[in-house]
Design a binder for this molecule. Structure first.
Ligand code: 3DU
Length: 220
């Protein structure tokens, strides 16, 4: 589980090298609970760069690979993610039970948290059609939580009402995609994920502090 202090996760979608990324994270390290990295940074600095960054920054790292391949490939990826020192991974629920059961078990054995994507901030109409099925699947598999979009507060409320308090809900789509800071948490999320609104700010620390102020008094 992601340790919660501020409720803010940074989506580090950048093409910066390790040193620039580490310096940036150092400037807001005390304000964020986790760093979400995805394909963009993985492809830019490579797995060794990611490992170096993880070691330098000493924060909870979440790999947003939206993993959804067949079971044995998912397992390989999760083992590799663990080798890199990453703490959690996001998987696609649409991969289905057969492709998720083994990998989630392996992740649990390794101490890697699995967060299941059950709705997208834009589009994803099939996801929303099968929301209940996918959430029930996640509960059955024993995932740590779910990714639910800030742009769809009704989905956040629905998932929270289904799973109760034992699962962490992570909500992307805040800021650049239109989600109002604090609104996802007001609707039941635990964390709001922010990328470009902080990354492109002329004063990222000030902007991060502003986000935290709004998250601390959640409202829509
Ligand atoms: O729009 P932002 O720059 O704040 O970035 C949002 C991040 O959240 C980005 O890394 C993206 O991959 C992720 N995400 C969504 O935007 C929407 C989803 O449904 C799931 C993840």
């Amino acid at each position: 589980m992601i340790p919660r202090e501020t409720g803010l996760i940074l989506a580090l979608d950048v093409d910066w090298d390790v040193d620039k990324s580490a310096a940036f994270l150092g400037s807001i390290n005390d304000l964020i609970d986790a760093v979400k990295i995805g394909w963009f940074q993985l492809l830019n600095i490579g797995p060794w760069g990611i490992r170096e960054l993880v070691n330098k920054v000493g924060k909870y790292f979440l790999a947003d690979l939206k993993l959804g391949d067949v079971s044995h490939i998912n397992e390989y990826v999760i083992r590799r993610i663990h080798d890199l020192g990453i703490n959690g991974i996001i998987m696609h629920s649409v991969a289905g039970k057969d492709n998720l059961t083994g990998p989630v078990r392996v992740a649990r054995e390794l101490g890697v948290d699995v967060y299941l994507l059950v709705s997208m901030s834009s589009g994803g109409e099939l996801y929303d059609t099968y929301l209940e099925y996918n959430v029930e699947l996640g509960v059955e598999l024993g995932v740590s939580g779910f990714v639910v979009p800030a742009t769809k507060p009704n989905v956040i409320r629905r998932v929270r009402s289904m799973v109760g308090g034992g699962y962490q809900l992570l909500s992307p789509g805040v800021g650049a995609q239109g989600g109002k800071p604090g609104c996802a948490i007001a609707n039941g999320a635990d964390f709001e994920i922010v990328g470009r609104a902080i990354l492109t700010s002329p004063d990222p620390r000030r902007t991060t502090l502003d986000f935290i102020d709004l998250i601390r008094k959640p409202s829509c």
